[in-house]
Design a protein around this ligand. Structure first.
Ligand code: GLN
Length: 356
């Protein structure tokens, strides 16, 4: 588990007409990140978190059960475009619930804040991610980060037919990641075959007219978004895009209108870690989202994005190595959103490289 090389090829590939300038930018970013003091701190945190052995590999579908518990990757991408990748940062895994905040961003784009709020609330549940529970007063799912809310969110995605909706979904996630993303078809088939609980939730929401007539198609779309393949570097770029007001810091493409970023980050902060969200906010204080395949991303607004992959997950569906990584990272740099000024003092200097 040594620091992996960069992902330069991919970033250069997005250059288009300005390819030469982008290639040069990427070279400068790589050179800067190679000598950054942040690299040493990250390596230290990575080694500490690698000692954590709690958790189990998800086994509800065979594709996830095959993961090696030793796989571990940490990536950081700053809003200035510097990239740090440690461990198995090229290894692909499925995004699962990490797709939820990004699809929520799409729904906000398609329907506006109030339009989405009519169908999906923004209150933490304190319950498991797959709980079959709706707000008794309104029949809405509590928030877009649990399965019920995510299925209702996906149901809101516009498009004339299923292929167009899938295309929009993958296109939007790809803008966040800065590259084309693909679905793992084996995982998709398994998700749809075993997804009885998600189907039950969708039927319940249909009974209350929270989802529309095409809700079965939306379930397919939800299984697709869960099955999108990413690596830790992609997660860090996606998180850095949220940290950068919705503009991908590597491709400079706008993935989400900046006005909706705060709403996405707000639900990530209050609900992104499911029934651990309260303690997470208390300890780490960063908007984040975990997925059952072992991915975790966290956002430091204005500064950077973190992506972690470890297939060992705890009873609440979060990966303990990722939690440890983010706790340490937040503590060392004073990144908690309510950290005292004295705790925050040096963070920008080291992260931006001016402490070199
Ligand atoms: N595919 C999983 C589900 O729908 C995703 C949940 C998760 O990542 N926590 O139950």
């Amino acid at each position: 588990m040594s620091p992996a090389g960069g992902h330069r090829g991919r970033r250069d590939a997005v250059g288009g007409a300005g390819g030469g300038a982008n290639a040069l930018d990427a070279l400068v970013r790589d050179a800067r990140s190679a000598v950054s003091p942040l690299r040493r701190t990250l390596q230290d945190i990575f080694e500490q978190a690698a000692e954590v052995s709690e958790g189990k590999v998800a086994s509800y579908i065979p594709e996830l059960a095959r993961a090696d518990p030793a796989w571990f990757a940490v990536s950081v991408v700053t809003t200035a475009g510097e990239c740090f990748d440690l461990g198995d940062s090229h290894r692909l895994f499925t995004a699962q619930s990490i797709s939820k905040p990004f699809v929520y961003g799409m729904a906000l784009t398609d329907h506006g804040r109030e339009g989405v709020l009519e169908r999906v609330g923004v209150e933490p549940t304190g319950e498991a991610f797959n709980s079959i529970v709706l707000d008794p007063a309104t029949n809405r799912p509590f928030n877009p980060m649990v399965n019920a809310g995510a299925i209702a969110t996906t149901d809101l995605l516009l498009g004339k037919d299923y292929p167009e909706r899938v295309g929009r979904l993958l296109g939007a996630l790809g803008k966040f990641a800065g590259r084309d993303l693909y679905v793992d078809n084996g995982v998709f088939m398994s998700e749809r075959e075993t997804g009885h609980r998600n189907r039950a939730i969708a039927h319940l929401m249909k009974a209350f007219a929270i989802v529309g007539d095409h809700f079965e198609e939306s379930l397919e779309l939800y299984f697709q978004q869960c099955s999108v393949l990413v690596n830790s570097h992609d997660l860090a770029v996606m998180a850095a895009t949220l940290a950068n007001d919705g503009t991908n810091p590597l491709t400079r493409e706008q993935a989400l209108e900046s006005t909706y970023v705060k709403n996405v980050l707000a639900v990530m902060l209050s609900c992104g870690m499911y029934d651990y969200a309260g303690e997470w906010m208390w300890r780490v204080g960063l908007p984040a989202k975990s997925g059952v395949a072992g991915g975790l991303l966290a956002v430091v607004p204005g500064v950077l994005g973190i992506g972690v992959y470890s297939p060992l997950i705890d009873a609440k569906g979060n990966c303990p190595r990722g939690v440890k990584t983010c706790k340490e990272f937040s503590a060392r740099f004073g990144l908690h959103c309510f950290a005292a000024a004295s705790e925050r003092r040096d963070q920008r200097a080291e992260i931006n490289g001016s402490a070199r």
